[in-house]
Design a protein around this ligand. Structure first.
Ligand code: TNX
Length: 562
């Protein structure tokens, strides 16, 4: 405290300075940014510029007493504490009220997005229910309220809330900032039940910590599935007790000759539970019958000629396969899928099926049909790349379409027979494609994918003659032949992952490139503040100053009208 004023009429210089600073702060402090720079775009926004709210230092987060809701409240506190330096205690109540702070209200009659369809995946009654993922966010002068029918909905409401705060909220240490939120109401729910990204941990191995960081990025943009490509020619990454050499031998290689690595069962479970805490389901892939050189190195008995091939650290595809004519192969498949299924709470097991160039025609479809049944017998729902299409239908089966040309009669026929699709067009959704010719890493076999190319397509209509109802959702795969570090992963992921996330989450009525580009620009300072690598795509108007834009140009009507 500065020395006392000279007299009651004459405040000292320090007091004057403080008063001046306070007045200037009130006048100059940015109002809540009334352009809601949220990605993915929310369904409906009703702004109320008279109801802006500023997070007070003594705010309390109060949640419904349900443990999953309380867990979201604690996650929210953990997001806000580092930058604000506020204590933000979490409490519970039967009827949570904001009372000047933040309330998370679980209300199963909320009916948010209930008109949307849910997809029964056939396995153990597991449903992907998009209505259940909706939320409502109310920002008023007396505080903030997030309402949802499930903890997942609350979690998504929290992600929106986070993006409405100034970018400095991403700071890992306390900063002085006016933590203002723009007044109004947001009602939101996803368009598709499956919104995913894939990480190839086989071509290059990535540590658990790196995968957890990828989970964080998915959660930020309301994605709900992480597909892990766990096995390929260059390495086997998941421990299987009944076939231990898969990892002790098959896991020790990777593209370029590095040491490889693998996940123990405990490692994998750590990823699964961290993902679950972020409302993300892990989809494990064991790629069969091709892409299996690492398994053949470990167990030559699986090879067609019963001779161990040399380990492979190059980037060609299509040369290896497990012997479809040997019963031992099906024991292997049942053992591996059985152990992986037992570690995986989610309903989906991905069996690959791509580029098995040497297993043709009926031999291929016969193999796939047997493996599909193995998956069903484990109580799981089978997913495979769209090369599975010619095989017989099996209840609930899902094909992941990765074509580059939306005309695909074989896939359309499989859909007519009951298959559903996850769409991952190689020339729009493949995150391993370069942005531009000078992108330092990545591929270009499906073309270059700049941010606009990643954004400008419609998963609901992309594959001709496949009705939107057959589309479970969208996924952005990241193959890692040229990707060797977390920084590489982030460079290819950001800013294209948010584009794919918006296609999966946002209603088509909000689809608008110019609007998306501006909202995406607002993410840049957040990534910078959080220490996240991203590609400064030239078509995005990234703010030059390290602060979020403060213009008051919020649309006067719902943002659902572009
Ligand atoms: C094709 S897409 C593959 C992968 C490669 C990728 C590289 C798919 C199902 N198979 O084996 O890593 O291209 O972009």
């Amino acid at each position: 405290m500065a020395r006392a004023p000279l007299s009651p009429e004459e405040p000292d210089a320090a007091t004057l300075a403080r008063a001046a600073e306070q007045t200037a702060g009130t006048l100059l402090a940015p109002a809540a940014p009334h352009r809601l720079a949220v990605v993915p775009a929310p369904q409906q926004v009703q702004p109320d510029p008279t109801a802006d709210w500023v997070l007070p230092a003594d705010a309390v987060i109060v949640s419904s007493a349900d443990p999953a809701a309380l867990a979201v409240a604690e996650q929210l506190a953990q997001l806000l504490r580092p930058a604000t330096g506020y204590p933000l205690p979490v409490t519970d109540a039967t009827t949570p009220e904001p009372a000047g702070g933040i309330a998370l209200v679980l209300d199963d009659s909320a009916g948010l997005g209930a008109e949307s369809y849910s997809a029964d995946l056939g396995a153990e009654g597991y449903r992907l229910d998009i209505g259940a993922e909706g939320y409502r966010l109310d920002i008023a002068t007396d505080g903030v309220r997030v309402t949802a029918a499930t903890a997942a909905g609350l979690f998504y409401g929290v992600q929106t809330l986070r993006q409405l705060l100034p970018a400095a909220i991403e700071s890992p240490s306390p900063v002085t900032e006016r933590w203002a939120l723009p007044g109004g109401a947001i009602t939101d729910a996803p368009r598709f039940p499956y919104r995913g990204a894939m990480l190839d941990v086989a071509r290059h191995f990535f540590a658990v910590e790196d995968v957890l960081r990828v989970v964080d990025h998915l959660a930020r943009y309301k994605l709900n599935h992480l597909h892990l490509h766990l096995t390929d020619d260059q390495g086997w990454r998941i421990a299987v007790d009944s076939w231990p050499k898969l990892t002790t031998v098959g896991g020790t290689t990777e593209v370029g000759g590095g040491p490889g690595g693998h996940y123990t069962k405990a490692d994998y479970q750590r990823i699964v539970s961290y993902a679950a805490a972020h409302h993300i389901t892990v989809v494990p892939e064991i790629d069969l019958p091709g892409h299996t050189n690492s398994a053949l190195v470990a167990y030559p008995e699986l090879a067609p000629d019963k001779i161990a091939p040399p380990p492979y650290t190059g980037t060609e595809v299509g040369f290896s396969y497990v012997d479809p004519a040997d019963e031992r192969t099906y024991d292997f498949v049942a053992d591996v899928l059985g152990e992986v299924a037992a570690l995986t709470p989610g309903p989906l097991l991905h069996i690959g099926g791509d580029e098995a160039f040497k297993v043709k025609g009926e031999v291929y479809t016969g193999f796939v049909e047997r493996v599909q049944r193995i998956v069903a017998d484990l109580g799981k729902t089978v997913v495979g790349w769209h090369q599975l299409a010619p095989a017989a239908h099996l209840d609930g089966r899902v094909l992941q379409w990765w074509g580059t040309n939306g005309e695909d009669p074989t896939t359309v026929d499989a859909v007519r027979r009951g298959a559903r699709l996850i769409v991952s067009p190689g020339n729009h959704a493949y995150l391993d494609m370069k942005y531009a010719p000078d992108t330092p890493i990545g591929h270009d076999w499906a073309g270059l994918i700049d941010v606009r190319k990643a954004y400008d397509w419609d998963p609901g209509t992309h594959v001709a003659d496949v009705p939107a109802e057959a589309v479970l959702g969208v996924e952005a795969p990241l193959w890692t032949e040229s990707v060797t570090s977390l920084a590489d992963i982030e460079l290819l992921l950001l800013p294209r992952l948010p584009a794919i996330a918006e296609l999966g989450w946002s209603t088509r009525a909000t689809h608008n490139w110019a609007d998306f580009r501006d909202r995406l620009a607002g993410q840049g300072p957040r990534w910078t503040t959080a220490g996240i690598t991203f590609h400064r795509a030239p078509e995005i108007p990234w703010p030059t100053a390290p602060t979020i834009p403060t213009q008051r140009n919020m649309p006067q009507t719902d943002t659902a009208t572009p």
